[in-house]
Design a protein. Structure first.
Length: 362
């Protein structure tokens, strides 16, 4: 079995495939990538929860084998030539380019688990760039602890022509929303690992539109000649609507960059202290301050547009900075209820995105 592939092309695909390889595989074959030669070259990697399948059409030959994902990815990236020659003989695969040559062991393709790509069920056409933005705006708010299955991921919701992504970790929440043409209703939760792999593939792709198909508790994202298949997390996502405030007593509009820099400076003296930055809002001004018994104090005042009652409350500065780092607009709007209720951060001009963070007890 012999075939030739452009080095840049196969390296691109192996980068996406490597993100689906199991970190602690229950079977050794899950460390690998399945190569299948038939009407082109199809490559598959899976950890049984998240699967990536890529295809390179203009490759001849027939046959199948599994090879260690990390090893072949590093070899291909290191090769000097523009083309990579593959030749399989027995259980060895020879990989060569110019004067470089490697021989690595393969595994039997029959041992690789069967992976099915959803072809029927609910289907949606989505804008690639918008989907990437929606994931980026909320995934940082998802819980990173894999044992917290119901919030260690991003929640997708299609409802009456609206498409939402939501991330929560118990202390904060981010929601992004876009209008879509498909009116069908659907909701599911995808693990954070799968979402990160999806975000990577969306970011490097060149197509304008992608196809999303949902069938039998699996969702497939077709991004050009790459398909990502995610098993839906079998856990109940929290009722995120319960934490969205219905009315506010105080609103503040402030320059995002000024607020970001002020919170970042104030957070310097919280590292050995209470991990809290205090916001004191009065008419036309907002004072941001922090105090640590070991390091000292910080305080500065910003000129802002205010509406409503004066209020004093405190937040974890990291959560505020995360929200501001994922907002592209020049102005942000802070919406307060009282010192014990969550703060909503959105923007005066952008609809369809907001961030909620719980206050810290002063």
């Amino acid at each position: 079995m012999e075939f030739v592939v452009k080095r840049s092309e196969i390296s691109f695909h192996l980068d996406s495939l490597s993100r689906a390889v199991a970190s602690r595989p229950i079977r050794p074959v899950l460390n690998g990538v399945l190569f299948e030669l038939k009407d082109g070259l199809t490559m598959t990697a899976t950890d049984m929860e998240f699967t990536v399948r890529s295809k390179i059409s203009n490759v001849g030959g027939t046959g199948a084998f599994v090879v260690d994902a990390k090893t072949i990815h590093e070899i291909v990236k290191s090769l000097p030539g523009n083309e990579v020659h593959f030749s399989k003989n027995g259980d060895k695969l020879e990989i060569s380019s110019n004067r470089s040559k490697f021989q690595i062991f393969t595994q039997d393709a029959e041992e690789f688990p069967e992976t099915r790509i959803p072809e029927d069920g609910a289907q949606y056409e989505l804008d690639r760039v918008k989907l990437a933005e929606m994931i980026d705006r909320v995934s940082f708010s998802a819980a990173t602890d894999e044992s917290m299955r119901n919030i260690n991921g991003v929640y997708f919701e299609m409802e009456d022509g609206n498409f939402r992504t939501v991330g929560v970790d118990g202390f904060r929440m981010a929601l992004a929303e876009e209008k879509i043409d498909n009116a069908g209703n659907l909701n599911f939760l995808i693990s954070l690992k799968a979402v990160r792999g999806l975000a990577r593939s969306l970011g490097v792709a060149s197509v304008e539109k992608i196809n999303m198909r949902f069938e039998n508790r699996q969702v497939a994202f077709e991004i050009g000649n790459v398909v990502l298949v995610c098993k839906v997390v079998d856990a109940d996502f929290p009722n995120y609507r319960r934490v969205i405030p219905e009315e506010f007593k105080t609103r503040v509009v402030v320059d995002k960059s000024e607020l970001h820099d002020a919170v970042k400076r104030a957070s310097i003296v919280t590292r050995a202290g209470t991990e809290a930055v205090k916001f004191t809002i009065e008419e036309g001004s907002m004072k941001i301050s922090s105090k640590s018994a070991d390091l000292g104090e910080a305080e500065e005042t910003l000129e802002v547009q205010t509406e409503g009652e004066p209020i004093v409350l405190a937040f974890n500065p990291t959560f505020i900075l995360d929200a501001l780092n994922h907002t592209n607009e020049e102005k942000v709007q802070l919406n307060f209820v009282d010192a014990n209720k969550p703060l909503m951060i959105d923007t005066p001009d952008l609809e369809g995105y907001f961030f909620i963070v719980m206050p810290v007890r002063i």
